[in-house]
Design a protein around this ligand. Structure first.
Ligand code: FE
Length: 134
């Protein structure tokens, strides 16, 4: 899979904060209930902090109680990539930005309908863009 946005480690370090870098490039996880979008309810679009790709809409955001922003679906499935993740002694499905390869979080099968999915995403991997007039 060829990513459309490719940058060197040095370039990523320049454009991202340390927290954004640790999460998106080193596959880190922000502590639960600390992220700026966990309890955030404004209407708009969440874009990739690395490349600006459209990832999640506030329309699909819900309170999962997990401590991380949770969505039941991405804006478009082609904008995210999933990979098997066997790290930390768990079997999980990692969610990445298809455009730049940023680690976003994980997806679990305990979400609400209509998808039954819970995209559990780090706030630090996202940039919010308010809806026009909203
Ligand atoms: Fe991206």
């Amino acid at each position: 899979m060829t990513e459309k946005v490719q940058k060197s480690d040095q370039e990523w370090r320049k454009i991202l904060t340390e927290e954004q870098y640790n999460i998106t490039r080193l596959k880190g996880t922000e502590p639960p209930f600390t992220g700026k979008y966990n309890h955030f309810k404004d209407r708009g679009l969440f874009r990739c902090v690395g490349c600006g790709a459209e990832l999640f809409s506030s329309q699909a955001k819900y309170d999962s109680g997990s401590g991380w922003p949770s969505f039941y679906q991405p804006v478009d499935k082609v904008n995210v990539r999933v990979e098997r993740d066997a790290s930390h002694g768990m079997l999980r499905t990692e969610v990445l930005c298809e455009c730049c390869g940023a680690h976003l979080g994980h997806v679990f099968e305990d979400g609400p309908q209509p998808t039954g999915l819970r995209y559990c995403i780090n706030s630090a991997a996202l940039n919010f863009e308010p809806e026009e007039g909203g």
